[in-house]
Each structure stands twice: as C-alpha cells, then as structure tokens.
Design a protein around this ligand. Structure first.
Ligand code: DGY
Length: 382
C-alpha cells in the first residue's frame, strides 16, 4: 500500500469498520468504539485508489465510512458485500460518487450527512459571492505584492449587490439558506429555478416583506423562473445549488454563459461538473467584468488550463462544509449511520429533524439512509 498507513482502534471489537480518512472531532470515534467496533482509520492524506480501498476492506469488513473523493461503484460494493459488509456512509451530503443501485443490489445501506452543512455551505457561497463581486482576492494579491502606494478613487472597483437580483439554480436546503442570506442581509431580489416550487421560501420572504414595509423600507421580490435562461438573463449573481447528475452536468455551458449579464457573478459551491470549465475559462477571458467564485472543480482536484491565471476568478479548495461544527457533525452522522445499520435500527423518517442525532441519548434510529426504501428498511415509529 505504499505510503498509505492505517491506525487500528479497539482491535478486538466485534464489527470491523474501515474509515478511509481521519474525520473531524472525536465524537464520531467514541460512537463507533462505544458500539463495540474495531475501527481502522486511514491516516494518510492521499486520496485512496480503488485497489487500496479493496485491500483495506479485505476479507472481513462490516461497514465503511468513505469520502466524496472516492468512487464507490459496483466493484467496491461487490467487495464489501463479499467481506460481509452491510453499511457504507459517505462523509458528505452529496453522493454523486456513489452508485446507489449497485449498493442496493449488494444489500448495502448507503448513508449520507444532510442537514448539518446547510448554513455552513451557504455562508461559503456568500463569501465567494462577495469575494468575487468586491475583488477581495485581487486586492489581497495586490497588497502582498507591496504595490499599494495609497488610496485611489478607482482602485479595484467592484459591484454593489444591494437591490440587485440574485439567481439560485436549485432551491433545496442550501440554495434556500443562501437565498435568504442574500435577500435578508443585502436586500437583493430573488429569482430561483427548481423543478419544484419552493413555497416555504416564498412564504418566508413574503413575511420578510411585511417586516420591511412595517419599517417603511422597500420590499424585495421573489419568484420562480420559468426556465434557466430567464434566470440567467435577469440575475446579477447566479449561485449553483443543484446536485450533480446527468441532467445537471454542464448546466452552465458556453451557450448559457453568453446568456448571463457581462458583469454577472457566478458562484459554484455544489459540484464542479455543473459548469463546463473550459467554456468558463474562455468566457472569463473574453469578459473581464464577469466574476466567478468557485469552491469545486470539474476535474477536482485539478483545474482546467488557464483557470488559475484568471484575475476575475476567486478559487478555494472545496471548503463549502469546512466549519469545525459542521465537519464534526458530519462525522457524528456518518458514525451513527453505520452503527445504526449494524444494530438493526430503523430508518429515521424526519430529515428536517436530523440534528437530534448530534445529542447524547438520541433516538435508536439510523439518521440518513438513501436507499432505505429500496432495501425495505423498517421506518422509525414515534
Ligand atoms: C458535501 O457534503 O457534499 C460537500 O461537498 C462536502 O463539503
């Protein structure tokens, strides 16, 4: 296994759980150890190759906790089933790296970690929006180059967002949280695109408008766009919050980039392949006022040629969920997913009440199993 090293805890434990990266915090490990698991944690930073994960699963493995950087496909689930495995939990809310159908065919429950990333990821989208609109990274580079010789009236002029329009593609949990931050904090008007109408977002902003009017302030607008093109034409800021699948791959391509305003801000904290990154590089070269904030990349961890040289692009290394609280909470949910399956607990049916699993003495249920229905897992009653 080359430089890959593993740490073994509670070697005599009754269930063998393989964890492909050291996770944040300590509570997750306590949960696994208290349940009597032998835990093997990869303590190397390298992304594991499929063969290395198969070697780690070995001949006997009851469950794994894996990463979004690993492709959990038919071969890995076949290997896990052959080793007696029953559960796999992704240490992420997104699971485009997991072949759910294969897992189901092999009788393996697949967990994820929803609900605890919402605000943290939305805050990163806000940070990237302003970093791009107000040229924070350019200013930072300029200061470090020692070229700053004093305040100037036209130095790094950016874009004021107040009363402009923010467009959200994918108005699920994170998109909604981001939208509310931009509207409530910065009085932006909101247009969203989603397959479903987001009634609770619309109702919420209607309530916000009643508050604004009571203060003698101008109300904001909120509406669902009939299609993506309409949103792109109207929005000054476009933030992507849809999950990645065949229908959303390259949802922003050369044609759609051209439909956006020349000085729009585009933000992606979801998954890199939502954007055709080569087309984005071309577009940014041709439109210097167009600004971009990226947390994720099409060929992550690589970037398409030219991207890192663009002044109008702010880039961070997939940090959307990277607050200490969230990463600790994700680890707790991943551990509880695995332990819950091993103990034969029923699936938790209240996704909006998942934070209960961060508490001691939480319900005897599995917090989030994506294929629970297909596996015929019983549902928690109560
Ligand atoms: C997720 O959970 O899907 C995130 O991308 C991790 O930050």
């Amino acid at each position: 296994m080359g430089s890959i090293t593993w740490k073994v805890l509670n070697p005599g434990g009754k269930w063998r759980v393989v964890v492909t990266k050291e996770l944040a915090g300590e509570s997750w490990l306590d949960i696994l150890l208290e349940a009597g698991c032998r835990v093997e944690v990869c303590d190397s930073k390298e992304i594991l190759a499929p063969g290395e994960i198969r070697d780690a699963i070995g001949e006997r493995c009851d469950a794994c906790i894996g990463q979004l950087t690993e492709k959990w496909d038919e071969a890995l689930f076949a290997c896990l089933e052959a080793a007696g495995g029953r559960a796999y939990s992704n240490y992420a809310v997104g699971y485009d790296n997991v072949d759910i159908d294969s897992a189901t065919r092999h009788g393996i429950a697949v967990g994820n970690t929803p609900g605890v990333l919402t605000e943290t990821t939305a805050e990163m989208a806000v940070a990237l929006t302003f970093a791009a609109a107000r040229r924070v990274a350019e200013g930072d580079r300029f200061m470090r180059s020692s070229d700053f010789s004093g305040w100037l009236p036209t130095l790094y002029l950016g874009k004021l967002l107040r009363w402009k329009t923010v467009g959200i593609i994918g108005a699920g949990r994170i998109g909604t949280a981001y939208g509310r931050m931009m509207v409530e904090g910065h009085r932006m008007n909101l247009v969203y695109h989603d397959l479903e109408r987001n009634q609770s977002l619309e109702d919420h902003l209607a309530g916000f408008n009643r508050f604004l009017e009571s203060q003698g302030e101008q109300p904001v607008t909120c509406r669902r766009a009939a299609n993506i093109e309409e949103l792109l034409r109207e929005a000054d800021v476009v933030s992507l919050h849809c999950s990645l699948d065949q229908s959303t791959r390259h949802i922003i391509d050369a044609t759609r980039l051209i439909q956006m305003k020349d000085d729009a801000v585009l933000v992606n904290t979801s998954r890199g392949p939502l954007i055709d990154e080569e087309a984005l590089v071309e577009h940014c070269r041709a439109h210097p006022l167009f600004r971009v904030g990226l947390d994720v990349y099409e060929d992550e961890p690589d970037m398409k040629p030219g991207l890192s040289e663009l002044e109008n692009v702010v880039i961070v290394p997939h940090l959307g969920s990277a607050s200490t609280w969230t990463r600790n909470a994700m680890a707790v949910l991943a551990a509880r997913n695995v332990v819950g399956v091993l103990l034969g607990y029923p699936a938790w049916p209240y996704p909006e009440k998942i934070a209960i699993f961060l508490e001691e003495g939480c319900p005897k249920a599995v917090p989030s199993i994506i294929n629970a229905e297909h596996l015929g897992t019983s549902i928690f009653q109560g």
